[in-house]
Design a protein around this ligand. Structure first.
Ligand SMILES: Nc1ncnc2c1ncn2[C@@H]1O[C@H](COP(=O)(O)OP(=O)(O)OP(=O)(O)O)[C@@H](O)[C@H]1O
Length: 695
């Protein structure tokens, strides 16, 4: 791979400059006209002055626009707050109402309050494959414009997406129809943009993102119509960079998440890498190889290398690539020199090929496989939870569990962050996969509700503050959630919920680098009553301080939750043991455990049991009377026999002995039955007492 060299763009004039040139031409024309008539000259002069005035006005407007464009978004937001103007990054609104700082009610919509741009979603149907055709699978989808109908056995479901691509859509049409070019232009303008493919195994994610996997992994890569979004994007980027004035530096990295472990696909020898957080980058992969690319071939080489290593790694780990998530990141750093000033922008493009979204129950679920599918699903499951929380329009400050998986930590900026995002949901048209397709469509439909707030990444200081602010917000939400969880778990359990909100530790109002109007009150007021600017270093310090405080709180809460969970398990185990004991007792004394919990049935069961016992009692009494009767008879026979014993034959004696033995046994039996009768009577009395107490 070649070493870094910048890619220089052609010196084309920007549109605004071209516009100015056009505006100047009439002025020049007027100057050049030199009439002899003084009246005409006077008219000309007036016209010229008017034109000059108009031009000055236009220039002023343009300069204002230009300086506004040069202000970074955070500064624009602050400026608009100072000027009492609407936030330039918020959408127009109609229906949400909240109290602003100056205590006046402002009617704005929730959309406006949260602002942002929806994540775009494309749904792509791949053609049926040979197996599906040979089985004669039924088609379960019908595309029409931006709508798609899912049909099976009379059931119908209709969906609308930003883009719907049927099975006849070629790779180039996919690139064009999903407006990938627009996203790439945004990345060149300094935005972060993410394209991610979602869907069950074999639904066409890799084909859509990269192309035919086998071709990309070959030693010699030959470009053809089957190539996917990434190689097309690479070519597009270099063409677009050549058209721009700025100087671009392009870098790339390629990572894989498998089993919740991150690997570097450009440097597999580095082993398992860690996901870290810092103020400069937010979440990032530590020690990741980032390669500088100077031309299309370098970039294609990165793609090829990554795909090859993904395959080799898969072989060594006894898996296939469909069980891992891969992220190719392209960093686009641009520099525009204007006079003495250099404007830097940090655009970023992420191409994400997710693991197959099939559910755990369909995976082989034993041994390591459970851990693996669990972890793959942990990332996808967490992604689902993140999408669910972010798309919940009712929740104003939802807890978004980004930190629960590596994938969501690394995609944090693309979902609900400052990036622009496109999701391509891939499906098979076969009715055999109806359930998976339905699940993918629901997932995709939910994703369309997510709003991002794209921001141009210009000044690294702003990025630092943004990262700090986002981390603080996330941790605050997480802490609130943890505290609620703890409170719930601790109900009835001896768990101490840490008291973080003692007066000295109340969350601080941070300086206003956010659209959140609640925060702008913390700006200091100068003697003349104006709100003062706070030095950036001081702001960073305050944010860092608050972040550390919340992090400590988070750690303590997590520890407390761990203790609570352990206690909870102990209590649950005890509960289970007690439950089993109770069921056994009930089985003996109350009857059928199925009646448990139903008061009527329990009462009936007890009454039934009592009458059954009484019946048994009567039976026993009858039996005892019979036995006693028999006993008396036997005793008289014995007596009679004993009286005439002198004449008795040996047989008579033998019979007599036998009868005596029987008599003894009967006496024992009577004693036993009498004892049993006593027990039963006791039971009966206890039951009756219990029954009286209960009802
Ligand atoms: N739109 C399409 N047109 C033609 N062939 C396609 C299309 N989509 C997918 N295929 C083919 O279907 C097969 C499976 O596609 P692919 O490997 O992209 O699926 P996947 O979703 O990435 O699966 P996995 O999750 O296992 O990685 C491949 O042979 C691919 O070439």
């Amino acid at each position: 791979m070649k070493q870094s060299q910048s890619v220089k763009g052609k010196n084309l004039k920007s549109q605004s400059q071209q516009g100015l040139a056009k505006n100047q031409s009439p002025e020049k024309r007027v100057k050049q006209q030199n009439s002899v008539n003084p009246q005409f000259q006077q008219q000309q002069l007036q016209q010229q002055q008017q034109l000059q005035y108009n031009l000055q006005q236009q220039q002023q407007q343009l300069q204002q626009q230009l300086s506004q464009q040069q202000m970074n978004p955070q500064q624009q937001i602050i400026q608009s707050q100072i000027n009492g103007q609407p936030n330039p990054y918020e959408a127009p609104s109609t229906h949400y109402s909240f109290k602003s700082n100056n205590n006046t009610n402002t009617n704005i919509s929730y959309e406006e309050y949260t602002g942002g741009e929806s994540v775009k979603v494309a749904l792509r149907v791949r053609p049926m494959n040979n197996l599906e055709r040979s089985r004669g699978d039924e088609y379960c989808v019908k595309c029409s414009g931006d709508s798609i109908q899912l049909n099976l056995k009379g059931q119908q479901k209709n969906y609308k997406f930003n883009y719907v691509l049927d099975e006849n859509t070629s790779q180039s049409e996919c690139f064009l129809n999903c407006n990938v070019g627009e996203l790439l232009e945004s990345a060149l303008d300094g935005y972060s943009a993410t394209i991610f493919a979602y869907g069950q195994t074999g639904s066409g994610k890799t084909y859509t993102m990269a192309g035919v996997e086998e071709k990309l992994g070959r030693e010699v890569y030959i470009s053809d119509e089957t190539e996917g979004i990434i190689p097309r994007a690479v070519r597009y980027l270099w063409q677009a960079m050549a058209q721009r004035e700025e100087q671009f530096y392009v870098k790339a990295s390629f990572t894989e998440i498998y089993n919740e472990q991150i690997r570097d696909l450009l440097n597999p020898a580095s082993g398992i890498l860690h996901c870290r957080w810092n103020v400069k980058n937010g979440f990032f992969v530590e020690d990741l190889m980032i390669v500088e690319c100077t031309n299309v071939d370098d970039m294609i080489a990165v793609l090829h290398e990554g795909m090859k290593n993904r395959k080799t790694g898969a072989h060594e780990l006894n898996k296939d690539s469909s069980r891992s998530h891969s992220i190719l990141t392209v960093y686009l750093i641009s520099e525009l020199v204007s006079g003495e000033q250099t404007m830097k922008r940090y655009g970023k493009l992420s191409f994400v090929d997710l693991a197959g979204s099939e559910r755990l129950k369909e995976s082989k679920s034993h041994g390591d496989m459970i851990k693996e599918t669990g972890n793959i699903n942990k990332s996808l499951f967490t992604l689902g939870k993140v999408i669910q929380s972010l798309s919940d329009k009712k929740a104003k400050m939802p807890y978004v569990p980004y930190r629960d998986s590596k994938l969501t930590m690394l995609l944090m900026d693309s979902l609900g962050g400052t990036a622009k995002a496109l999701m391509i949901a891939c499906i098979s048209p076969s009715g055999v996969y109806y359930d998976e397709t339905l699940s993918t469509m629901n997932y995709a439909a939910r994703t369309m509700n997510i709003k991002n707030k794209p921001v141009v990444q210009m000044d690294q200081k702003d990025q630092i503050i943004y990262n700090l602010q986002r981390e603080i917000d996330l941790l605050r939400m997480e802490n609130k959630y943890l505290r609620e969880q703890l409170q719930r778990v601790s109900n009835g359990l001896p768990i101490e919920v840490p008291d973080f909100l003692s007066p000295s530790q109340k969350p601080k109002n941070l300086p206003p680098l956010t659209k959140n109007p609640k925060m702008s009150t913390s700006r200091p007021i100068s003697n003349d009553g104006q709100q003062m600017e706070i030095p950036i270093n001081k702001i960073v310090q305050e944010y860092q301080f608050e972040l550390n405080r919340i992090k400590n709180e988070n750690e303590e809460l997590r520890n407390a939750r761990e203790v609570a969970e352990k206690n909870y398990h102990v209590v649950m185990n005890n509960n289970n043991a007690l439950q089993i004991k109770l069921e056994n007792i009930e089985r003996v004394f109350i009857g059928n455990p199925a009646n448990k919990g139903d008061i009527n049935k329990e009462k009936m069961s007890e009454e039934y049991m009592a009458s059954a016992l009484m019946l048994e009692n009567t039976e026993l009494k009858k039996r005892i009377t019979e036995l006693e009767q028999k006993n008396i008879e036997l005793s008289s026979i014995i007596k009679k026999n004993l009286n005439g014993a002198t004449n008795s034959s040996p047989e008579d004696l033998w019979e007599m002995m036998q009868i005596k033995q029987q008599n003894q046994q009967l006496q024992q039996r009577v004693e036993f039955l009498q004892a049993r009768e006593k027990d039963l009577l006791n039971d009966l009395m206890r039951l009756q007492k219990e029954s009286n107490r209960k009802y």
